[in-house]
Design a protein around this ligand. Structure first.
Ligand SMILES: [Zn+2]
Length: 121
């Protein structure tokens, strides 16, 4: 009997094969399952999951999207352990830890597509 292994598939979906910075404000992640996602700095910054940007008790987003400039850039990018990325933005913010799971979710839910489209218009 052949059974698909959902756990394994899930693993590949949240495991980056390649992380490439694209210019000053973009990141491309190629996932182990072949999916390629493009992220732009302002969008990622607006979705920042850190305790300053999201109330950790209520889950309410404290950060207003308009507070973030469309010209925001990535100052530095580091891999945290084996599970996340830490972005340092050129507005000085650097407390956001973006787990690969979260990054993949943003891509799957098209939370980042809107901004990419806006960018190419
Ligand atoms: Zn934050």
């Amino acid at each position: 009997m052949v059974m698909s292994n959902p756990l394994q598939r899930r693993g590949a979906a949240v495991e980056p094969r390649e992380i490439m910075q694209e210019g000053d404000a973009g990141v491309r992640i190629t996932w182990a399952d072949g999916e390629i996602c493009h992220y732009t700095a302002p969008t990622l910054r607006r979705l920042c999951p850190c305790a300053q940007c999201v109330n950790e008790w209520t889950g309410e987003r404290m950060l207003q999207p308009r507070e973030i400039s469309d010209a925001l850039q990535i100052a530095d990018l580091q891999i945290v352990g084996r599970y996340a990325l830490n972005f340092k933005w050129n507005d000085g913010h650097e407390t956001g830890i973006y787990s690969f799971r979260l990054l993949r979710e943003m891509c799957d839910k098209k939370l980042i597509a809107e901004a990419s489209q806006r960018r190419t218009e």
